[in-house]
Design a binder for this molecule. Structure first.
Ligand code: TIU
Length: 223
């Protein structure tokens, strides 16, 4: 069913049809949200990220109730790390590297406990779950084919972190012709100033990469 809706967004209204729009939830996995995972191993305070979970959950439930398509991503590598370039694995001086065994299993490896999406946002059967080896969701994944087969033209983004995996995925999607909206209160960074800057960059210059809005504004459009 095609329903033409619009979200009151910045820099102007975001028009969308539920039948051609997917809710994309980026990397809401234990490795980034809970202590002892990859985010913490990089030296970050992960408590900031947990604060968005209630807003994400409300939005996910409303989206499901409206019958919209849901795509969950996880940052995760193959167990043999064939898809993890040394440039990624060796960067910096983390206490745990990708593939090392930590408190939540092997860090950022598919099938390990740390890669599981947090229980509050657990995927339902039938929802798409994609493990991605990069920060962006198209690199090394079937996401482009999955979205095309589902007839998707617009994407609503939630998840972490704003300036790393959310922004990279959104920019990649924008270049591929998708209309992209990010929900301000459903995304977070370990660095609040980076979140603020990323959101400003996305909507600047007449929505150069996409739109931003609050989850309340999306929910109002769904009613
Ligand atoms: N999912 C995601 O954003 N991966 C990261 O590594 N983010 C950081 O901010 N480190």
């Amino acid at each position: 069913e095609i329903r033409s809706l619009a979200v009151q967004a910045q820099p102007f209204d975001f028009p969308f049809d539920l039948a051609t729009t997917a809710l994309v939830i980026i990397d809401m996995q234990r490795d980034f949200i809970e202590p002892g995972g990859f985010g913490a191993s990089l030296g970050n305070d992960v408590s900031l990220l947990e604060a968005i979970v209630p807003a994400c959950r409300r939005t996910l439930q409303a989206w499901r109730a409206a019958g919209g398509l849901v795509l969950h991503t996880r940052e995760a590598h193959r167990p043999d790390l064939r898809d993890c370039p040394p440039a990624k694995r060796l960067r910096g001086n983390p206490s745990l590297r990708i593939g090392d065994v930590g408190p939540m299993g092997r860090v950022l490896v598919s099938g390990e406990p740390g890669v599981e999406i947090i229980p509050a946002l657990a995927p339902l059967p039938g929802e798409i779950v994609v493990d991605k080896p990069g920060k962006g969701m198209f690199h090394g994944t079937p996401v482009q084919n999955l979205l095309q087969q589902a007839g998707i033209r617009s994407l609503v983004f939630m998840g972490v972190t704003t300036e790393v995996c959310v922004q990279t995925s959104m920019r990649e999607a924008n270049d591929r012709g998708y209309e992209c909206l990010v929900l301000e209160d459903c995304t977070e960074s370990y660095f609040p100033q980076f979140k603020a800057a990323a959101l400003e960059m996305i909507r600047a210059q007449g929505g150069i990469v996409g739109w931003t809005a609050s989850s309340a504004q999306l929910l109002a459009a769904l009613h």
